[in-house]
Design a protein around this ligand. Structure first.
Ligand code: HEM
Length: 448
């Protein structure tokens, strides 16, 4: 059974139609040929964009000369009211300094310390989960938010501050259902970027709440009573080059992006993973069996025994990469596959297309977690798989997210059976993350 894939648009459409489709969803706005092309150029009156599926070009942009392909200012402008100057939107020396302070908190050794908080969020989700038909995107959003609060600030989602942030984030997303189109669709520079009033208000409230959490934490650090979690670690880390630490405003920017980048993405991946398990009961049984072989309260070392579960999560990220596309801008003249690219081109890297590329993968649209243990997948895994991006700007939370996704899926599959609801087939759509158009409903039964 081939899992759901959006219907591509016809090859040739007018700019107006393209913009309209884009507004609905960037995946169905693209033509089918992108699943076979090495590169595609889109010409519009305002800009040119180049989608690159050629692994050599992706390497050039993300790994060989990333400084020549920064994130465009439009992305920063679109997200500034909420994210300020967070690591997600900055470039150059400012971005490098921020990464020097943040990265140590996410290193392998630290993941061991973070593990119990992730597991406790999983246990709470198992206790909370309803039986019967359940909309799992919502349930996974709740769970992924719980993980972020527990790992960053040592508070569960039930804490009043966590509740307030979580609810305000939802309000923010509702006011801005496509998370600011202008950030993704390169409009001419003179085009006014109006932020809706409600969006601005919501962003302000979220930042006020996060400021309170951050200031409280700063006081606890000063008093020597701070818990040893990600927030404490980041706030105590000095830049090895300058010795400076984040001030409160900078920390608020980073917390906002950890919350946004870390919870929407993981929630999307987990919800699709559960759907894929539901429509592949044989795979689900294998995941449940692997999980049942672990101790009742698994420890960090037990993760290495969840090999198949990890491959299921990997395969989910291949078919439904939560971040479907990334955009960069070239600052110098470039030659891409014999085509001249003037500075200011929008360089689109698309995990969505790359992961389903017909020349790079066998049976690209099939759900086949066993492919990850086959030798012939090695090249595609290296050249055509980047759910977390690649190079120095790779997702800071990549290791964290792999632990989180694998462990939570195991905990859920051990406790419950997931079945599809007849004729209720989710359609993937992409705004900033890949979601189902009308949610994902599954029949959930607690296992004996
Ligand atoms: C399955 C889960 C996740 C996926 C698929 C994912 C994917 C990505 C991708 C593709 C990027 C690069 C975006 C771009 O360059 O335009 C990114 C960046 C980022 N992610 Fe994740 N992410 C996930 C979870 C997390 C978590 C759990 C955290 C933190 C707790 C996190 C924090 C970040 C940050 C801070 C950046 C910006 C890095 C930079 O620009 O230097 N992500 N993520």
């Amino acid at each position: 059974m081939i899992p759901p894939k959006p219907v591509p648009r016809p090859d040739k459409v007018s700019l107006l139609t393209y913009m309209r489709l884009f507004r609905v969803d960037i995946l169905s706005a693209q033509p089918a040929r992108l699943y076979r092309a090495w590169m595609a150029e889109f010409r519009t009156p305002f800009f040119r964009s180049y989608m690159c599926n050629d692994p050599a070009l992706i390497d050039l942009v993300l790994k060989t000369r990333p400084d020549d392909f920064p994130k465009s200012n439009r992305i920063r402008e679109g997200l500034a009211p909420l994210l300020g100057n967070s690591v997600f939107v900055t470039n150059g020396p400012e971005w490098k300094r921020q990464r020097r302070i943040i990265d140590p908190a996410f290193e392998g050794g630290r993941l061991r310390d973070t593990f119990p908080a992730i597991r406790d969020a999983g246990t709470a989700a198992v206790d909370r989960m309803a039986q019967g038909p359940v909309e799992v995107e919502e349930a996974m959003s709740h769970l992924a938010a719980d993980v972020i609060f527990r790992t960053l600030f040592s508070i569960p989602i039930e804490h009043h501050m966590a509740q307030a942030v979580f609810h305000e984030f939802r309000a923010y997303q509702r006011t801005q259902p496509i998370l600011n189109l202008a950030a993704f669709l390169p409009l001419p520079r003179w085009f006014p970027r109006l932020h809706r009033n409600a969006t601005l208000q919501s962003a302000r409230k979220i930042r006020a709440l996060i400021t309170e959490l951050t200031e409280t934490r700063a006081a606890e650090i000063a008093a020597g009573t701070a818990p040893d979690d990600l927030a404490t670690k980041i706030m105590q880390t000095a830049d090895p080059e300058t010795g400076a630490r984040f001030d409160t405003q900078e920390m608020v920017d980073q917390v906002a992006i950890f919350f946004l980048a870390g919870h929407e993405t993981s929630a999307s991946a987990l919800a699709w993973a559960l759907y894929l398990l539901a429509i592949h009961p044989d795979v689900q049984d294998r995941v449940a069996a692997e999980s049942r072989a672990l101790p009742e309260v698994p420890g960090f070392a037990d993760l290495s025994r969840l090999k198949f579960t990890r491959d299921v999560f990997r395969e989910t990220l291949r078919l439904y990469p939560p971040v479907p596309m990334m955009v960069r801008e070239n600052t110098k003249p470039e030659t891409f596959r014999n085509r001249h690219v003037k500075p200011g081109g929008q360089i689109v890297l698309s995990p969505w297309h790359l992961h389903r590329h017909e020349r790079l993968w066998d049976t690209p649209d099939a759900f086949d977690p066993d492919r990850w243990s086959r030798e012939q997948t090695r090249i595609a895994a290296r050249d055509a798989y980047m759910p977390f991006s690649a190079g120095p700007r790779v997702c800071t939370g990549a290791g964290f997210a792999m632990v989180e996704g694998t462990l939570l899926m195991a905990q859920l599959a051990r406790a419950f059976r997931f079945d599809p609801i007849p004729d209720d087939i989710p359609t993937p759509v992409a705004h900033l993350t890949v979601r189902a158009e009308n949610g994902i409903r599954l029949q959930i039964t607690r296992r004996a």
